[in-house]
Design a protein around this ligand. Structure first.
Ligand SMILES: Nc1ncnc2c1ncn2[C@@H]1O[C@H](COP(=O)(O)OP(=O)(O)OP(=O)(O)O)[C@@H](O)[C@H]1O
Ligand SMILES: [Mg+2]
Length: 385
């Protein structure tokens, strides 16, 4: 029997645990018709919590209703890529539309002003091209029954210009009463950065869903179901596996996958023993480090990593004043990084002046890799000086 667990980023899991509410809200928005608030949505959450999977899942739901779905990642050039796929690659550049000409017409003496105008026109151009591409595609569909869903993953402020252009396009399309929906996803701090831009007040009104861990009862149910066919596991083992996930979605796949795989290696065709489970959990933890913790830490400012390293010394909660002392920084300075780490679901406030790790196994990872991380940090500081 093949392993039913799939610890692969962005892959829809065989059993999607605990996201019923968002799915229901989105299904409702699809049926609710043009202008329904649930058709404009932001999904945020830590790495590996299942944002990409949700985009795909909601996309599948839209497709089932006869909608066309376009998925993009918000790196440079995404507006053009969207236009390309909406127009079936016959890249309808702006010149094909009846647009005011772009150029240094007239005032060549004031170059700066003209360049500023070009930038502005480029943004308007982008937004109009996208708006028209969506409009034209919808014109070819039965818009009473079909719509267009665009999903944008990995939203980050590096692509602000294009996101502004997209926001304008979305605003116009909604105002025109077109049958559309947009879902954006990104890390919480990245989405907050994007939404603080004044040029996209329109998008600030989108519905926001913060994806967190899922209830462990639901994880247990999913494990019970997965280990009820040819390969079984006793209740004690199932509970052990469940607890090891801490309800964190990526860990559900990793734990399930490795418990299954270790049982195969140990020749236990029809069952997962306690011993298999213990070994599987160990493997899953190590993989979580490589697949989630390492990239998550890599994306953080070095002071934030130092904050985490300072916390990893403690066995349970950490005192924020003490952390600042360990870092040899003022409490105000340390607080900036504390806030960022909380925002990204890596740590959480647990009491007055206290924080704790929220991302499962991050403390263990830091303890194991702390020396290495510190060394990398010292090297980069030296090369900056
Ligand atoms: N609700 C869920 N139930 C079970 N497994 C899930 C769930 N959501 C996600 N997963 C699994 O977790 C893993 C990570 O999911 P995904 O790649 O969507 O996370 P992400 O939030 O997009 O992460 P990143 O920020 O790194 O892009 C995948 O293996 C996926 O199958
Ligand atoms: Mg993702």
């Amino acid at each position: 029997m093949t392993n039913p667990f799939k610890p692969t980023a962005g892959r829809i899991p065989p059993i999607l645990v605990g996201r019923e509410e968002i799915i229901e809200d989105f299904d409702y928005a699809l049926k609710d018709g043009v202008g329904s608030p649930g058709r404009l949505m932001f999904l945020t959450g830590a790495r590996g919590v299942g944002k990409t999977v949700m985009l795909d899942t909601l996309g599948t739901h839209a497709q089932k209703q006869g909608w066309q779905v376009y998925n993009e990642s918000a790196d440079s050039g995404f507006t053009q890529r969207l236009v390309d796929s909406l127009t079936g690659k016959d890249t309808t550049r702006i010149s094909a539309y009846d647009m005011p000409s772009v150029g240094l017409t007239g005032n060549t003496g004031n170059l700066e002003l003209s360049l500023g105008r070009i930038e502005l026109e480029r943004k308007e151009e982008r937004s109009l091209t996208l708006r028209q591409a969506v409009g034209k595609r919808l014109d070819k569909m039965n818009e009473n029954r079909q719509g267009i869903l665009i999903t944008l993953d990995e939203v980050q402020s590096g692509s602000m210009d294009e996101i502004r252009a997209m926001s304008t396009a979305v605003q116009h399309l909604i105002r025109e009463g077109r049958n559309i929906a947009f879902i954006f996803a990104g890390l919480p701090s990245a989405v907050n950065d994007v939404l603080s831009d004044n040029a996209i007040t329109f998008l600030q009104r989108a519905e926001r869903y913060h994806l967190g861990s899922v209830p462990t009862e639901k994880v247990l149910k999913a494990f019970e179901e997965s280990f009820s066919g040819e390969k079984k596991a006793g209740m004690e083992t199932l509970i052990r596996l469940t607890n090891a996930t801490h309800g964190y979605p990526f860990m559900i796949q990793l734990v399930g996958y490795w418990a299954w795989r270790v049982s195969e290696t140990n020749g236990h065709v029809n069952q997962v023993t306690e011993e298999d489970a213990v070994k599987g959990i160990e493997k899953a933890q190590a993989k979580l480090g490589d697949m989630v913790h390492a990239p998550a830490l890599h994306g953080l400012p070095s002071h934030a990593v130092n904050y985490l390293l300072a916390m990893s010394v403690d066995d349970t909660v950490s005192n924020t004043g003490e952390i600042a002392r360990r870092l040899n920084r003022s409490p105000q300075f340390a607080n900036v990084y504390r806030t960022k780490l909380i925002e990204n679901d890596l740590i959480e406030p647990v009491g007055y002046g206290e924080v704790a790790f929220k991302m499962p196994y991050l403390r263990d990872y830091l303890r194991e890799h702390g020396a290495y991380l510190q060394m990398r940090e010292n090297i980069s500081e030296r090369s900056e000086n």
